[in-house]
Design a protein around this ligand. Structure first.
Ligand code: KIV
Length: 263
């Protein structure tokens, strides 16, 4: 079994074997991912997949802390990042208070915050107090209402240069890693080349330093919509429905429980 990664060993993966990041929200799935993932992200996407809401914006810090504790319990051998939810890092001191809560109330290894140069002062404040910060630029799910939808970024040169500037600002502020979401692959490649911290992509092509997917997407469990960048490694929804249908049939036909399931 590989040793648990640290911010130092994650930084060293720049340009090396791609980092494997996956989301998890509970100990059940975290235990399954623990032997294979480099990093588990307790993403605020849990507000959509776990809580059934339309976007991530109503996730609370309390919820993130609850789920982070569950994930850490299930995956003691994996580096765990807790997403800071919408509205919890609007100013440096408020962000620090909330990140300190994450560190005090969970064993999370790092926090993630969305935003580029406009969030650099916040990243710097957290890092100055010893908080490990993963940045997140490109398509920002927490900006979905403000932007009127999920918009792929890097479609023109002006935006490409702006994203590269964002990446550099987040790196200069002290982030150890950067998630780049929903960005044209050639631009994501330029971002990865522009910074010396690992860039983990989601919908950003494969010329970056790692990939992250929402587990419910890659296991085919989340049915409301499947983004273009998602590869479903199994049809989880169909497998679960078939299993529950088989259970229903056997219960109604009285073939379950069979003698071997009976005391
Ligand atoms: O919340 C989340 O799961 C994320 C990933 C999409 C990177 O931020």
């Amino acid at each position: 079994m590989q040793k648990k990664l640290t911010v130092t060993t994650i930084r060293k993966r720049k340009g090396d074997t791609p980092l494997v990041m996956i989301t998890a929200y509970d100990a059940l799935f975290a235990r399954l991912f623990d032997p294979v993932a480099d990093i588990i992200l307790v993403g605020d996407s849990l507000n959509m997949t776990f809580a059934g809401r339309n976007d991530t914006l109503s996730a609370t810090l309390e919820q993130m802390i609850y789920h982070t504790n569950a994930v850490c319990a299930g995956a003691p051998g994996t580096f765990v990042i807790c997403d800071m939810p919408f509205g919890t890092y609007t100013a440096p001191e408020q962000a620090l208070t909330n990140a300190v809560r994450v560190y005090r109330e969970t064993p999370a290894d790092a926090v993630k915050i969305e935003g580029g140069r406009e969030k650099a002062a916040i990243v710097a404040r957290l890092v100055s107090e010893g908080v490990a910060v993963c940045g997140h630029i490109g398509l920002l799910p927490q900006a979905v209402r403000g932007e009127g939808g999920y918009k792929v970024k890097g479609r023109d040169e002006e935006n490409a240069l702006s994203l590269i500037e964002d990446a550099r600002a987040v790196e200069d502020a002290g982030a150890f890693c950067l998630v780049v979401e929903g960005v044209k692959a050639d631009v994501a490649k330029r971002i990865a080349e522009a910074v010396s911290i690992p860039v983990v992509g989601i919908g950003a092509g494969n010329a970056v330093d790692g990939q992250v997917l929402v587990f419910a997407d890659m296991l085919g469990l989340y049915e409301p919509f499947v983004p273009k960048f998602v590869k479903q490694y199994m049809n989880g929804a169909e497998a679960v429905k078939a299993a529950v249908e088989a259970y229903r049939k056997e219960v109604t036909e009285r073939t379950f429980p069979a003698p071997e399931h009976t005391y």
